[in-house]
Design a binder for this molecule. Structure first.
Ligand code: SIN
Ligand code: CO
Length: 363
């Protein structure tokens, strides 16, 4: 991590004093930072079907939102182009995300890059996750309001706070970092053409977790068995559900059980499952297995920027699959680039062929 990212403050102090408590502005956090992509690169990403992008426009009090891909994205006055998941495509954006390695990777989501024309912005809103806003080129004024029970503007095409009354105003210049905890109202308006990179945190909501867990239980296998009623008597009230059928349903559903281990396995799989649009690039001329195993002994491996690898206790999760964790694999998950001669060569060879990792070049 760049020493200046938190303005000389240690990660421990930042977490204790600011994390999920209050905003922090760090002037010159990344000196010389101009964003992670030129306007052309950003427009090229916004033209791709496998990249999530939005164009937000404001005309007076009227807002509109269009969703990409944008064949020829032209940026009209007072508009903002937002491109999500830029870290999956550009090495510079991945490096920016990894600069926040003092946070657990399980909590990092993605780097969103916005390109705003003068006067552009997405309006006063709040996010339900923490965000680090890094100002690239241009200046942007941020107006902030502390969390409260927000009212949203009815009928607006995007989430806008009704009656936004900022209690603080900040001018962000290139290289500045603004940290915002969840729930803070904020409105960023570009003073001139400007680029802002948002490092967004991931915080699964209860409903989202529960619904994914129910899918996981479904995939694992649900109770079988058909209801039979050989002793059925003539119905006195044919509209009534038989008590025996209700008992059967209760007994069957009670058989859906899970242990803490199932929850942990689910969580690892859930957090490491790549987004649907992610495609890994397989090596065009892969090494043979024996040559790979030889190289592995002396060459570090680096996880592909799209790879999600996490560990929990004795388990390792890689791109939605579960494996036994070992010391070498834990080092790889933590550092994402490591010399791991002791790692199981066959497993790594499979990941190499799938494009999940690469061998670094020989020195
Ligand atoms: C932006 O970059 O325009 C918006 C980022 C945010 O408000 O979260
Ligand atoms: Co926001």
């Amino acid at each position: 991590m760049s020493d200046g990212l938190l303005g000389g403050m240690s990660a421990r102090e930042f977490l204790r004093r600011y994390w999920q408590k209050r905003p922090l502005l760090v002037r010159g956090a990344l000196p010389g930072f101009r964003g992670v992509a030129s306007r052309e690169r950003l427009l090229a990403l916004a033209a791709r079907a496998d990249v999530e992008s939005r164009l937000v426009r404001r005309r007076g009090a009227r807002w509109s939102v269009a969703h990409g891909p944008f064949a020829r994205a032209v940026l009209p006055r007072d508009s903002t182009l937002l491109v999500q998941g830029v870290n999956l495509h550009l090495a510079a954006a991945d490096r920016l995300l990894r600069a926040f390695s003092f946070l657990p990777q399980a909590r990092l989501d993605d780097v969103m890059v916005s390109w705003a024309a003068r006067g552009g912005g997405v309006g006063p809103h709040f996010d339900s996750y923490d965000v680090f806003l890094l100002q690239g080129t241009g200046r942007r004024v941020w107006r902030l309001q502390r969390p409260r029970r927000w009212q949203l503007v009815e009928g607006a095409p995007l989430k806008l706070i009704e009656g936004f009354e900022p209690d603080e105003e900040i001018l962000a210049e290139p290289g500045d970092l603004l940290y915002l905890p969840p729930g803070w109202g904020h409105d960023g308006v570009a003073l001139e053409e400007c680029v802002t990179c948002s490092v967004g945190l991931r915080a699964p909501q209860g409903e989202e977790l529960a619904s994914a867990f129910l899918d996981f239980l479904h995939d694992r296998g649900l109770p079988r068995g058909t209801y039979r009623d050989p002793g059925l008597r003539p119905a006195r009230r044919s509209g009534e559900i038989p008590r025996a059928l209700a008992d059967h349903a209760a007994r069957t559903l009670r058989r859906i059980r899970w242990r803490r281990g199932d929850v942990e396995n689910f969580l690892g799989v859930y957090l490491t499952t790549p987004k649907v649009q992610v495609v890994f690039a397989r090596p065009s001329r892969p090494l043979a297995r024996a040559a790979f195993a030889r190289r592995l002994r002396r060459t570090p491996v680096a996880l592909d920027r799209r790879t999600l690898m996490l560990t929990l206790g004795a388990r390792l999760f890689c791109n939605g699959e579960t494996y036994p964790a070992s010391r070498a694999l834990r080092a790889l998950a933590d550092r994402r680039r490591a010399l791991v001669p002791a790692a199981p060569a066959d497993l790594l060879y499979g990941w190499y062929l799938a494009g999940y990792l690469q061998l670094e070049r020989d020195p």
